[in-house]
Design a protein around this ligand. Sequence first.
Ligand SMILES: Cc1cc2nc3c(=O)[nH]c(=O)nc-3n(C[C@H](O)[C@H](O)[C@H](O)COP(=O)(O)OP(=O)(O)OC[C@H]3O[C@@H](n4cnc5c(N)ncnc54)[C@H](O)[C@@H]3O)c2cc1C
Length: 453
Amino acid sequence: MPSVSLRLAVIGAGAAGLVAARELRREGHAPVVFERAAAVGGTWLYAPPAAPSDPLGAAATHSSLYASLRTNLPRESMGFLDFPFVAAEATGSADPRRFPGHEEVLRYLEAFARRFDLLRLVRFETEVLGVRREGRGRWAVTSRKLGDKGSGQEEVYDAVVVCNGHYTEPRIAVIPGIDAWPGKQMHSHNYRVPEPFVDQVVIVIGASASAFDISRDIASTAKQVHIADRSTPLRRCVKQPGYNNLWLHSMIDRAQEDGRVVFRDGSSIKADVIMHCTGYLYDFPFLGDDSTITVDDNRVDPLYKHVFPPEVAPQLSFIGLPWKVSFAANCCLSVQVIPFPLFELQSKWVAKVLSGRIVLPSKEEMMEDVKAFYSKLEARGWPKRYTHNFSNCQFEYDDWLAAQCSYPTIEEWRKQMYFFNGYNKAARPESYRDEWDDDDLVEDANGDFKKYL
Ligand SMILES: Cc1cc2nc3c(=O)[nH]c(=O)nc-3n(C[C@H](O)[C@H](O)[C@H](O)COP(=O)(O)OP(=O)(O)OC[C@H]3O[C@@H](n4cnc5c(N)ncnc54)[C@H](O)[C@@H]3O)c2cc1C
């Protein structure tokens, strides 16, 4: 039994909040999960098309999913470690594809919540407005039921676990001359379907998986689509194989009053729309200065191992901040971390630290660790905004967390499948979701899953 059982506030009931709640309860704590939406799922709760008043802003929607989205990870690797994401009744499956549509992921998360009896822990349609430090390391959490007026209800918790997601607050590219440019701009956060772009000339900025998918999606209706990618060499634009209306350019140099957009390669086009697929910003509007963290150039600072602010650890923690980007020559590719297992391992660690089974280093030692980590990033020449970019170290991190928790390390097949998917994506950018050569790894995974099904 744990040495301490705590009353905890978890903010968010997406994949991170759900698995955090499960791990905290498994460790003997009493979590209350605050969720602004009326259902679990977070990002995977698709919001249908709407005309947002600010197409560059977060608007009122949390999810950034577009209608055609299929997962960019194979389902075997994507699921939680002990609740396989298989096409089976237990996961509510209705889309058996290996890279299923977004609805299947939502069904999986709903099944996870039912299987571990998490729904009764969630206060739906309840937004956390503020988190304030109280005496003895505790936190006062102010929340308000949607539709209620007034300043909300304040309750005191022993600790707060932040799982509010980081794919909602748009990051926008800076484009010289954009204020005088007469076209329309929007962020991929607000992109849903290609129909509004019929016969238009659209520039998609970015090199992420979303930029890749959305440019193809829009090319099905638009007159022309031009991808502007800052990692593309400065040469004339390249027509994309298999398309007669899709080009890859270097980054935008400037936008002009006459409607033309000039690329750094010297080419220019008259465009109707600029779509910013330029990523997202960490945002914790409910935290004040007493949280001891700041967000500067997308660095959440300071955090020990991307989870605990040393000064207020372990009573405040963050699940799910790491991400990853990588680029492949001549095509824009983004491979993220495998989020669900990472959330799960971080949650196990937080739960055990809170119960006292794992002891953190001293505040000073944690700060030293953070500083040493920043020095490494600087030596590598990485900007602050890459602080939580896991480059190629996600499995090292996962395995470190697992070791802390005396839990098995990430399965070898999952690691190999992840790398294999990256290579397959680079080799078959258009068809990697339907063609692959790693059936042996799928077999290994299914063999392993038998113990959980
Ligand atoms: C376009 C896109 C494609 C992706 N594709 C994949 C993929 O193929 N495979 C994969 O594994 N991952 C993918 N991801 C990553 C995905 O974000 C993660 O899988 C995961 O869903 C993130 O979970 P989360 O719980 O951290 O955040 P979220 O899912 O964003 O959940 C956060 C929750 O917190 C709630 N919340 C926020 N603020 C408050 C507040 N103040 N009060 C109360 N509640 C609050 C929100 O309503 C939300 O429900 C994709 C992401 C995007 C944007």
